[in-house]
Design a protein around this ligand. Structure first.
Ligand SMILES: [Zn+2]
Ligand SMILES: [Zn+2]
Length: 660
């Protein structure tokens, strides 16, 4: 019997006997043979050297253009890393788990080691040098299939107790055969596939070391993890390293402290940010602007407490769904207990329900910057983007079914306005739908169908590009999420709009219709920022701390050249303050050059320098954060120009180059 290979373009190749994927690649073209890194045979990812037996098989060759090809490359890099570590640190080295990472922003692979002596990042250059030698040796990477017992013995012979433990676990699951991969003297247990030889690995870099418990369990031994990344070309690696460096410089946790915006204090508690004066101003500006936009759109403000009776959340259905993410219940004597609120909806629903509503009053739009608490695992906490106490720029709209799509549409427009004003224009829209196979969603299927059709019609009407993702809905209804890409290409879910037919039923909400009979309203839950904490964390990185004028905590620094002009500087400060501009006076004894440097470091958008000449003429010398010297301005002229830029949210700029 022959071997028939069906290729993706529909053509076939025929061989008299079994054949390897590498041979087929070579028969198609030598160029393809050179570019191929692995193959997919009948849906299974295998080595190029794998034998394709007799019969008919589908074959697709993987090259560097496939994500699976990248995984093969990085997996091979992890093996080369382990081989280098064994060569350098001797027979006492035990290697455990070393996966490829393809969706991590920073890292491309890691390997966890149990080492005879500790190492640090200082040791990475030596390990890299050894890896380069192994690459130079062009060692063939060979797969050996063995019985589990045989493989276990081979690993034990090499002192690899962790690998033996993993094989034992496979055996317990009923697995009888295990594949080992051999390159030179190095042997590893792995499913593969890998590159055909170590020489195919070119652009790689080791990035850092970290501690990691065996199996992620803190009762186990602490191992040494070495992180690295690899690409098919040096250029891609270089671009990646530039991106990492840029991200490091923009890290909101570092900038937040440097610029005096916020603080996470262990004494107060992890994940509970403290807003410092400058951060509080930034946040108040952002929130104040949004509050104004809400009033214009007919929203009514409400304020509700931070806790509520547990029964409230049982009625809403939040309790079983959020139980694991909640702070523990506060038991109150005979009472059933209280919860720190994980969501604002039930409080707003109780406000709606406290009075009777006619169809004429609808929609009722209740808005609140409401703080909620969720008990995230400490390992997941990160600056402002993953916290345990945060605010939602929340609102709940109660409307008739006829009004619903119009309300959703205006929520979409508001979210677009918010993102557009802040220059976050690179985003995609995701419709989060229910997973029909999951039991975690509340309410009748027909309600879900209606709600999903509502949001689909709105995004189609607005001609938005969108994708539909099953399983991304809230437990009570489907949603429209804005997933924003920042300047480094990382994605963040920010604004959200959710349609809900279910909570109105669970709380038995009603309005009196034109027929004088009670009807069920529909709810929209929406938050254009998502959460001010998270949103500002992302804004800090997006602007690298250099905020547009209207959001800048300090808008102008006044810098007297010497203390002889301090009096005139005080007049300038008073005049700008009178115009409602946030201004700071630097009357320290430092030279004006140092003052300019400090204000630039603090990312203050404008500086005005005042010396004897300016004092005499009643003017100031203007500088911008990015554009340097901008000539002189009269005081009234300057105040009016700043005011215009502030009020236009940066659309009209005093100095064109100011905003990056
Ligand atoms: Zn492997
Ligand atoms: Zn809600």
């Amino acid at each position: 019997m022959a071997t028939i290979i069906k290729l993706p373009d529909g053509s076939t190749k025929e061989y008299a006997e079994a054949v390897s994927a590498a041979k087929v690649a070579l028969d198609i073209s030598p160029r393809l043979a050179k570019a191929a890194v692995a193959a997919v045979v009948d849906g299974l990812c295998v080595d190029l050297g794998a034998t394709i037996g007799e019969g008919t098989h589908e074959l697709r060759l993987l090259t560097e253009r496939d994500e699976a090809g990248m995984e093969v490359l990085r997996h091979t890099a992890a093996h080369v890393l382990a081989q280098a570590v064994c060569r350098l640190y001797g027979a006492g080295v035990q290697y455990t788990i070393g996966p490829a990472l393809t969706d991590d922003f920073q890292y491309g692979f890691y390997y966890d080691f149990d080492l005879p002596k500790p190492i640090s990042t200082d040791d990475l250059p030596a390990i890299e040098a050894e890896m380069k030698k192994i690459i130079g040796e062009k060692l063939v990477i060979e797969r050996v299939d063995l019985s589990a017992e045989g493989a276990r013995q081979q690993m034990l012979d090499r002192g690899q107790a962790y690998k033996a433990e993993m094989i034992d676990e496979l055996v317990a699951k009923g697995i009888r055969h295990v594949s080992l991969y051999k390159q030179g003297e190095y042997l590893d247990m792995c499913r593969g596939p890998h590159l055909p030889d170590t020489g195919r690995l070119k652009a790689f870099k080791l990035l850092t070391t970290a501690g990691a418990y065996w199996r992620g369990d803190e009762n186990n031994k602490m191992l040494t993890r070495i992180y690295g990344t690899a690409f098919f070309e040096g250029k891609a690696l270089e671009e990646h390293m530039t991106r990492i460096e840029e991200a490091r410089q923009r890290d909101h946790r570092v900038l937040g402290r440097q610029l005096g915006l916020f603080l996470i204090d262990d004494e107060v508690g992890p994940g509970l940010p403290l807003w410092l004066p400058k951060g509080a101003i930034l946040r108040m500006e952002l929130e104040g602007w949004l509050r104004g936009e809400l009033l214009k759109r007919g929203y009514q403000p409400v304020i509700t407490p931070h806790i509520g009776r547990i029964n409230l959340y049982k009625t809403s259905g939040h309790y079983p769904y959020y139980e694991h993410g909640l702070f523990p219940t506060m038991a109150m004597g005979e009472d059933e207990g209280y919860l720190l609120k994980p969501m604002n909806c039930p409080h707003h629903i109780r406000i709606y329900k406290s009075s009777q509503h006619s169809y004429r009053e609808l929609p009722v739009r209740l808005s609140e910057f409401g703080t909620v608490y969720r008990f995230e695992q400490s390992g997941e906490l990160s600056g402002l983007t993953r916290v345990r106490g945060f605010t939602q720029d929340d609102a709940h709209i109660f409307c008739t079914p006829d009004q619903l799509e119009g309300e959703v549409e205006s929520c979409v427009e508001l979210t677009k306005l918010v993102l557009g004003t802040l220059g976050l224009t690179d985003y995609r829209v995701r419709l989060g739908l229910r997973d029909p196979d999951s039991a975690k969603y509340t309410g009748a299927a027909e309600n879900w169908d209606r709600a999903e059709n509502n949001i689909r019609r709105v995004v189609q009407k607005l001609q938005m590009n969108y994708t539909e993702e099953l399983g991304e809905a809230a437990f009570y209804g489907p949603k429209i999420d804005f997933v924003v890409k920042d300047c480094l290409g990382r994605e963040w879910q920010l604004g959200t709009i959710q349609v809900d037919y279910n909570l109105p039923e669970r709380f038995d909400l009603s309005y009196i219709g034109s027929d004088n009979a009670p009807h069920r309203p529909v709810m929209v839950h929406r938050a254009p920022l998502g959460s001010p904490e998270r949103f500002i964390g992302i804004l800090i990185e997006h602007f690298a701390g250099a905020f547009p004028l209207w959001l800048s905590p300090v808008q102008v620094s006044v810098l007297p050249i010497s203390d002889k002009t301090n009096d005139y500087a005080a007049t300038v400060v008073a005049a700008l303050r009178e115009a409602g501009i946030r201004v700071e006076l630097d009357d320290s004894p430092e030279k004006v050059g140092a003052k300019i440097r400090n204000a630039t470091m603090a990312k203050v958008p404008y500086m005005v320098v005042v010396g004897a000449k300016e004092a005499e003429a009643g003017v100031v010398a203007l500088r911008s954060r990015t554009g340097g010297d901008q000539g002189t301005r009269g005081l009234a002229e300057l105040a009016a120009g700043l005011r215009r830029e502030i009020d236009s949210k940066g659309a009209q700029k005093l100095v064109e180059s100011c905003i990056r």
